[in-house]
Design a protein around this ligand. Structure first.
Ligand code: ZN
Length: 265
């Protein structure tokens, strides 16, 4: 009996030692990967996953959501994303990207394939989506990461598609180019339960602080806009919010995890 008890104790000790440190998962919800056709700027040319992997390792980012850089058509770039995810299944989660105008009429079929057959888990948009896009998104049950031309675009689409989670990139304004858009994004996220704000590329840090203060941690999602923006720096900005650990865990991974299709992670 004593022996069995000791053995049990020994095994329990071993299991405890083997268990990874209890650290909540850190997920970067905004990152680019792959090649572009235009080569007119970094964001139309190349996004190197080796840079992303290095920064993830250094910063302690467990998973990164990747999608194509700017192109006019996305069938091939999305396939490239799926291939990268297959190569690094424990590092990357793939989103598709589509252009509602240049790919009109073909998006529902393409996105269906990309999600059901290629395993992509969401959609990145730069332009106001059409019904074609959002009907497909709603049917597939995936979230949308949207970098809007103007944040006010969210009013109609968020209320027309309450079942779709919309994540507004850059707190509504890349590089804080328009600070009023940060305020508009905060008020839209407050109004619509299905609107969330992503943190990458916010230069005026006080708007990140304001967003958490006014909306609470449940609406804020960490993203880096890597590899052009450095995910180590972007993650540090979240640390600087000095949130209680449970709140920080929501921002860094808990919220996006909940919005991804079931069993993604
Ligand atoms: Zn981006």
């Amino acid at each position: 009996m004593a022996l069995a008890a000791n053995r049990r104790e020994f095994l329990t000790t071993l299991a405890t030692m083997a268990a990874p440190a209890q650290r909540p998962l850190v997920i970067d919800a905004h990152c680019h990967a792959g090649l572009g056709q235009a080569m007119s700027a970094p964001w139309t040319t190349r996004a190197d996953i080796q840079v992303t992997l290095r920064n993830m390792a250094e910063a302690g980012i467990d998973r990164t959501i990747i999608f194509p850089i700017n192109n006019t058509e996305y069938e091939k770039p999305n396939r490239e994303i799926a291939e990268i995810c297959a190569r690094y299944p424990d590092k990357f989660i793939g989103f598709a990207k589509h252009d509602p105008q240049t790919e009109a009429g073909r998006i529902a079929a393409m996105l269906g394939r990309e999600v059901k057959e290629m395993g992509l888990k969401g959609l990145k948009l730069h332009r106001l989506p059409t019904r074609e896009v959002l009907d497909a998104v709603a049917e597939l049950g995936i979230p949308v990461l949207y970098h809007p031309e103007k944040v006010g675009n969210l009013h109609m689409i968020a209320s027309e598609y309450p079942q779709v989670p919309f994540i507004v990139a850059h707190l509504g304004s890349f590089a804080s180019q328009n600070w009023m858009e940060h305020l508009e994004a905060i008020s839209i996220a407050r109004r619509y339960p299905n609107v969330y704000l992503e943190t990458s590329g916010v230069v005026y840090f006080k708007y990140l602080e304001l967003a958490v203060k006014e909306l609470g941690p449940g609406k804020i999602i960490f993203g880096s806009d890597g590899p052009e923006l450095d995910s180590r720096v972007e993650l540090y900005k979240i640390k600087l919010l000095k949130l209680p650990p449970a709140d920080e865990a929501m921002v860094l991974g808990g919220n996006i995890r909940r919005l991804l299709p079931k069993n993604t992670i």
